[in-house]
Design a protein around this ligand. Structure first.
Ligand code: C6P
Length: 419
């Protein structure tokens, strides 16, 4: 058990939490007559004023369609949209902007890879490997293609701490394995997975691998070249950006081979009724008018998060994780689900037999926003034998005082339900 932390001593020298919180206007609002304590960051993060401003400015002063017009505004919108792609490329350290495809989010990115990359390579009797702790977005797209191709899914198991048993990949892989897809950080357990090992094992067996980075980019830097993953996908709204925008990274050699995912405007070079010639990368995968403001907002969000500094972000989030784990685990009747040695700032818990939704409702009365339920990871809930959990997920803008409020609200809930 850790020592209780001294809240008054911050290990961070260049991190003014008060100033950072002022960047997020929503954090000063009231909910149910109480100051908002927003601990649902794994569902979606809050947006700093700079992102809100850039969205407003775009619609007020720069709105136009991209890659289509010769006029001033279209040129301006195109430049901003493509500058944002460059920011994403640098953020992930991809080799080229050709490898960055705008998507609606993680879900669409995985569906794109399932349909354009894996499906054409899949034959009857083949298999795809995912882990037991995947979000449904990294399960159902594979089930859909496997059903169509009469292939099957194999599962990497986890242990009771919620850790991935990555070595079992050796036994799962066979000559029929066509693809592996693994989550970087579990949204319901907080486990940080040893994806380096998973990628190494996959490549030793010549199997391409996708990393679901929905929960990881907001907690630490990612270098896709160092990782050497074949695909990496994330959602902008979980890293201070707008909803409806995210990015799929894919190695250029794979993206070149893949057929388009959707047909429409902008993804073509030439269309006749006899034959269509597709556009170059990355546009081949971006049919129709895209989420232009979303992309520009995401670029600004990435600038903002990087300006905080990953070291600061890590220190603050680890502090919150340690403090919340310590506080909650001391409360009788509370059980933390997901106790991996390597964890991000996500704490899932159950309170005796109280339904997770009831826990969520009680906390809400105290102004505390957590997610309650299965978190789109029903196989994880089945494994731990619970219908759902309450999940407190912390961002760098959360405070230790907010953990105290969570603790008090949990204790109050226990009194109300269990007397
Ligand atoms: N998890 C949560 O509350 P989208 O919805 O496409 O932006 O992201 C899907 C997704 C995929 N993988 C992981 C690991 C995720 O956590 C999520 C989204 C949210 O945990 C909403 S269900």
């Amino acid at each position: 058990m850790h020592q209780v932390l001294n809240k008054n001593i911050s290990p961070l020298k260049n991190f003014d939490i008060k100033k950072i919180r002022e960047d997020f206007p929503i954090l000063s609002r009231m909910v149910n007559g109480k100051p908002l304590v927003y601990l649902d960051n794994a569902a979606t993060s809050q947006k700093p004023q700079v992102v809100i401003d850039v969205l407003q400015n775009y619609y007020q002063n720069e709105n136009s369609n991209v890659h289509r017009g010769v006029h001033f505004l279209s040129d301006r919108a195109t430049n901003l949209y493509e500058e944002a792609r460059e920011k994403i490329q640098k953020f992930l350290n991809a080799k080229s902007t050709k490898e960055i495809i705008y998507v609606r989010g993680t879900t669409e990115g995985i569906n794109l890879v399932a349909n354009s990359f894996v499906k054409p390579r899949l034959n009857e009797g083949d298999n795809i490997i995912v882990s037991l702790m995947e979000h449904h977005a990294n399960v159902v797209p594979w089930q859909l293609v496997c059903d169509e191709k009469k292939a099957k899914i194999k599962i990497i198991p986890i242990n009771k701490k919620g850790e991935l048993l990555v070595d079992s990949l050796h036994g799962l892989i066979d000559e029929k394995t066509k693809f592996i897809s693994v989550v970087h950080i579990s949204n319901s357990l907080g486990t940080i997975n040893p994806i380096n090992e998973a990628i190494e094992i996959a490549h030793k067996n010549n199997i391409p691998i996708l990393i679901d980075g929905a929960q990881s980019v907001c907690h630490g830097s990612v270098d896709v070249q160092k990782l050497d993953c074949d695909f990496f996908v994330f959602s902008g709204h979980k890293i201070c950006g707008p909803t409806g925008i995210g990015a799929l990274y894919g190695k250029e050699k794979w993206l070149e081979e893949m057929p388009p995912y959707q047909g429409g405007g902008d993804m073509i070079l030439q269309v006749t009724f006899e034959k269509t010639i597709y556009n170059d990368l990355p546009y081949k995968f971006e049919a129709g008018t895209p989420n232009i403001s979303g992309a520009i907002g995401l670029g600004t969000a990435l600038d903002y998060v990087q300006s905080i500094g990953y070291e600061n972000l890590h220190t603050q989030e680890n502090l919150l994780l340690k403090y919340a784990t310590e506080k909650l685990s001391k409360i009788d009747k509370v059980q933390i689900i997901g106790t991996a040695d390597n964890k991000a700032s996500i704490v899932s818990f159950v309170m005796a037999d109280i339904h997770a939704h009831d826990v969520g409702t009680i906390l809400d009365q105290e102004g505390v926003a957590v997610r309650a339920g299965h978190h789109c990871t029903q196989p994880v809930m089945d494994y731990f034998g619970v219908p759902g959990t309450a999940r407190a997920s912390f961002s760098f803008y959360n405070t230790l005082e907010e953990v105290d409020i969570l603790e008090d609200a949990v204790k109050k809930g226990i009194k109300i339900f269990l007397g």
